[in-house]
Design a protein around this ligand. Structure first.
Ligand code: PXP
Length: 248
C-alpha cells in the first residue's frame, strides 16, 4: 500500500462551538476545550474559519488555539488583505482560502480561481513565504483545479456540498464521479487533495473511500451529533467511519 491508500486524516471544524457561544456572548462553550476533546478522540487537525463578520470564531480564538493545539491548525479565510495579514502574523500550519459572502449561511461554492488567478496566486505566494501550506477550496471542476495548480497551491480542498445535497441515486453518482475526476486531476497535477463541506455520518463513506484523498474537513455534523453523544464520541465515530471506508 502507498501512503495515500493507508492514511485518511480528519480535520475537525469547531466553528459551531463558537456559534453557540456567540449566540449568547457567554464565555462557554470553551473553544479550547472543544479542540482538546477533538484532538484526543481522533482529530488530526483543528479547522477554524475566521469570517470577515466574526459571526463565530473570533481573532482571540485563533490566537489561543494556535498556542495550545497539539495537532495542527487549518485557518479558513477569505482572500482579503486583512485576513492575509492575520494569517502571516499567526502563521498556522495550513490556510484554506475560501470565497465569502456576508449574507450566506455557510460557504456556498468554491473559489473562482480561474477568474481571480492574479489575486489568489499572490496570496498563495505571500502565505507560502511564511511557511504556511495553502489550500484552495474549489468546486470539482477541471478548469478550477488546473488554475489552482497554476497558482502554485500545494493543496486543494474539493467542495463536496453538491454531493451532500444530492437526493437521488443518479445525482449522487454524478456528483461522486465529478469528485473522483477532480481528485485524480489534482493528484496528477502534483497537489495534495482534501475534501469537505456537508459531509456527515450517513454520506461520508463513499468520499472517504477515494484513496487519493488525504484529509476530510468536517464541522457541522460533528457538532450537531455532539449534542447527543458528546464531542469526543462524535469525533471518534466519524473517524471510525472514515477508517472503515478506507479499508474496504
Ligand atoms: N471545508 C471548508 C472549506 C468549509 O468552508 C467548511 C465550512 O466551514 C467545511 C469544510 C466544513 O463544512 P461542514 O460544516 O458542512 O462540515
Amino acid at each position: 500500500m502507498t501512503l495515500t491508500e493507508e492514511v485518511i486524516l480528519l480535520g475537525v471544524n469547531i466553528d459551531h462551538v463558537a456559534s453557540l457561544r456567540q449566540s449568547r456572548l457567554t464565555p462557554y462553550p470553551d473553544i479550547v476545550e472543544a479542540a482538546r476533546q477533538a484532538e484526543s478522540n481522533g482529530a488530526d487537525g483543528i479547522t477554524v474559519h475566521l469570517r470577515e463578520d466574526r459571526r463565530h470564531i473570533q481573532d482571540k480564538d485563533v490566537a489561543r488555539l494556535h498556542q495550545v493545539l497539539t495537532t495542527k491548525m487549518n485557518l479558513e479565510m477569505a482572500v482579503t488583505e486583512e485576513m492575509i495579514g492575520i494569517a502571516c502574523g499567526i502563521q498556522p500550519q495550513d490556510c484554506c482560502l475560501v470565497p465569502e459572502r456576508r449574507q450566506e449561511l455557510t460557504t456556498e461554492g468554491g473559489l473562482d480561481v480561474v477568474g481571480q488567478s492574479g489575486r489568489i496566486g499572490e496570496a498563495c505566494a505571500r502565505l507560502g513565504e511564511k511557511g504556511i501550506r495553502v489550500s484552495l477550496f474549489v468546486d470539482p471542476e477541471p478548469e478550477q483545479i488546473q488554475a489552482s495548480a497554476d497558482c502554485g497551491a500545494p493543496v486543494i480542498e474539493i467542495h463536496t456540498g453538491c454531493y451532500a445535497s444530492a437526493t437521488t441515486k443518479q445525482t449522487v453518482d454524478t456528483e461522486l464521479n465529478r469528485i473522483q475526476t477532480a481528485v485524480q486531476l489534482g493528484r496528477d497535477l502534483g497537489m495534495q487533495v482534501n475534501a469537505g463541506h456537508g459531509l456527515h455520518y450517513d454520506n461520508i463513506k463513499p468520499v472517504a473511500a477515494f484513496p487519493e484523498i488525504i484529509e476530510l474537513n468536517i464541522g457541522h455534523a460533528i457538532v450537531a451529533r455532539a449534542i447527543f453523544i458528546g464531542l469526543g464520541a462524535a469525533v471518534a465515530e466519524i473517524k471510525q467511519l472514515m477508517i472503515e471506508a478506507r479499508s474496504l
